[in-house]
Ligand binder design. Structure first.
Ligand code: 13P
Length: 252
């Protein structure tokens, strides 16, 4: 049985006090959510305070990016996975499409960062997803398969136990356009098949695959009803505690 995961990616929103307020407001609203893991991903500058304030709760903290190195060194502006672990993170999001599109992230950097994150004891939420033109050309599955093969290259089965895959079609992010539940299900099956070809059926059946892209309180139930959708990575609708809590508690 795969434990579901609902993660809120706060992107570059919220000053420190606002991040803390949202986290504290969320805490009681999801305190009874035993059916899934709950994760929030604030900006770097809020990670320490938010994780301190959430200590003892069922909400885990993720960073939104990390460096590809854990060794201290001359990497101005970078933050090592061990530093994220040090301030209370359990997860890090890697290879989000915004980082791929606007900040030069590649499958190769995703691979290095994923390995560095795992080496630091973090679990990684590795993002994949096709652009609209790729879907329209009928290449969506091939694109995602290639991202997985390179992004997860060289990982062991034990590593895969600490990987969560997030399928986020780029055309559905922040657009209000969600993939249909069937489109999500079809791609999640394809993702599982790719993982099976790399690491065997057993781990493919166990890996959690989240859907992301315009997930809202009113569409979460139909997405979660798909057998291969194990959770959601939520952007805009995770910024308000009340709305994110409705997503977490989609089946209550
Ligand atoms: P939205 O939910 O705002 O579409 O963002 C999705 C996303 O990018 C989560 O990582």
């Amino acid at each position: 049985m795969r434990k579901r995961v609902i993660a809120g990616n706060w992107k570059m929103y919220k000053l420190l006090a606002q991040a803390v307020d949202t986290a504290l407001e969320l805490k009681p609203l999801v305190a009874n959510a035993n059916h899934c893991e709950v994760i929030v991903a604030p900006v770097f500058t809020a990670l320490k305070t938010v994780s301190d304030r959430l200590e003892g709760s069922n909400i885990k903290v993720a960073a939104q990016n990390c460096a590809a190195q854990n060794d201290f060194g001359a990497h101005t502006g970078e933050i090592a996975p061990i530093m994220l672990k040090d301030v209370g993170c359990s997860y890090v999001i890697i290879g989000h499409s915004e980082r791929r599109q606007f900040y030069g992230e590649t499958d190769a950097s995703v691979n290095q960062k994923t390995k560095a994150a795992l080496a630091a004891g973090l679990a990684a939420i590795v993002c994949v997803g096709e652009m609209l033109a790729e879907r329209e050309a009928g290449n969506a599955e091939a694109v995602v398969q290639a991202q997985l093969k390179s992004g997860l290259e060289g990982l062991t089965v034990a590593d895969m136990e600490r990987i969560i895959i997030a399928y986020e079609p780029v055309w559905a992010i922040g657009t209000g356009k969600t993939a249909s539940p069937e489109q999500a299900q079809d791609m999640h099956v394809a993702v599982r098949k790719t993982v099976a070809s790399m690491h065997g059926r057993d781990i493919a059946d166990r890996v959690r695959i989240l859907y992301g892209g315009s997930v809202k309180p009113d569409n979460i139930a139909s997405i979660m009803a798909q057998p291969d959708v194990d959770g959601a990575l939520v952007g805009g609708a995770s910024l308000e505690a009340e709305s994110f809590a409705r997503i977490v508690n989609f089946d209550r």
